[in-house]
Design a binder for this molecule. Structure first.
Ligand code: SAM
Ligand code: SF4
Length: 334
């Protein structure tokens, strides 16, 4: 039998990276991500552990070498570690990297298990080191757990990267301190522009802080040198002379990053989104629950390659109160 064809879209981009959301649930309520009264999906709509596993294996068979588990908060899913262990067995057998993006609240409990299952690097999202600000922003008083989680992850031998969404009037002034704090712990930090995904209570325009502004301000304080380092994603990096650390910028709005896109996303209900900023979608749950799941999944992945758009089209402006996309980042899997 011939080896299954790799995933190549119509713009000749090879898809080697899957971001798989394992739940839409979360123990925090970040103001830019979801409303306080978020309605979560009924459990029957969410893929089972077996379905998530089968889905991931289908992608790995088609040349996906990097898998990131995300959510919602992936570590609030009860059988999460079981899934990580099952997928960890594919490391060195098709899979090069198994990683996750987490808010860190459950890391103290799970860091050793993650490491034991083959995870080597994780991304932790942290937007402020100020406890009151954290509580306001996430609507939960969980900063101490997050900090404990980061320490536990490092102690377990996991390499930690921080993701920080730059938010006007919220963490803007704190960004240099966050960088110094992270770099002081040997942690790389990447700044992200807020994206117009899903309805939240706040006006996105009020939250939006262009990273071009942040970078110009940082240059007053730090010596930034453009770095050739690439992580295979949309981030562009600088080295910070004063801290000896690396700083990333993800600028979906001021700088389109779609040309080298190598990824697709699958929601916890098995909906493949060909683009974070688009509506092109394939129902892989229907494929998994069909008579011939392997064939249906393969056909679904082929379909995804045909519909993946060249670029996203979202932008933030004052022209309308509607978000550019109705679904939240916690749905698509950030
Ligand atoms: N709960 C996990 C966490 O926070 O890391 C994983 C899922 S979360 C949706 C993934 C990332 O998306 C986080 O770094 C979060 O800050 C980011 N995010 C959520 N909504 C966003 C938005 N509207 N614009 C930009 N980033 C967003
Ligand atoms: Fe939860 Fe992550 Fe969204 Fe915050 S960004 S509400 S931690 S899913």
């Amino acid at each position: 039998m011939n080896a299954p064809a790799p995933l190549i879209d119509q713009f000749n981009r090879r898809i080697s990276y899957l971001r798989l959301s394992v739940t839409d649930r979360c123990d925090l309520r970040c103001a830019y991500c979801m409303p306080e009264a978020q309605t979560f999906l009924p459990r029957k709509d969410v893929l089972s552990l077996e379905e998530l596993h089968q889905l991931a294996l289908g992608f790995i068979a088609r040349g996906v070498t990097k898998l990131r588990l995300t959510g919602g908060e992936p570590l609030v899913r009860r059988d999460m570690i079981e899934l990580v262990r099952a997928l960890g067995r594919k490391l060195g057998d098709g899979l090069d990297e198994l990683t996750l993006t987490t808010n860190g609240t459950q890391l103290a409990r799970f860091a050793d298990d993650l490491r034991g299952a083959g995870v080597r690097r994780i991304n932790v999202s942290l937007d402020t080191l100020d406890r009151e600000q954290f509580t306001r922003l996430t609507r939960r008083d969980s900063l101490p757990q997050v900090l404990e989680g980061i320490a536990a992850a490092q102690a377990a031998g996991l390499s930690v990267k921080l993701n920080t969404v730059a938010l006007k009037g919220i963490n803007h002034a704190e960004i240099p301190d966050l960088i110094a704090w992270a770099h002081g712990k040997g942690i790389e930090l990447t700044l992200i522009e807020v994206m117009p995904l899903g309805e939240v209570e706040e006006d996105r325009f009020d939250q939006y802080l262009p990273l071009s502004t942040v970078r110009a301000e940082l240059e007053q304080r730090y010596t930034l040198t453009a770095s050739l380092h690439r992580s295979g994603g949309p981030a562009r990096y600088v080295d910070v002379a004063e801290t000896g650390g690396r700083l990333g910028f993800i600028t979906p709005l001021t700088n389109n990053f779609c040309e080298g896109c190598n990824r697709v996303r699958v929601t916890a209900t098995g909906q493949l989104y060909a683009c974070l900023g688009g509506t092109e979608q394939v129902d892989l749950r229907a494929a998994l629950r069909s008579q011939d799941p392997d064939a249906a999944l393969a056909a679904g992945l082929d379909q995804a390659m045909r519909i993946k758009p060249e670029r996203h089209h979202f932008a933030i402006d004052r022209s309308g109160a509607e978000p550019a996309l109705a679904r939240h980042m916690s749905t698509t899997g950030g």
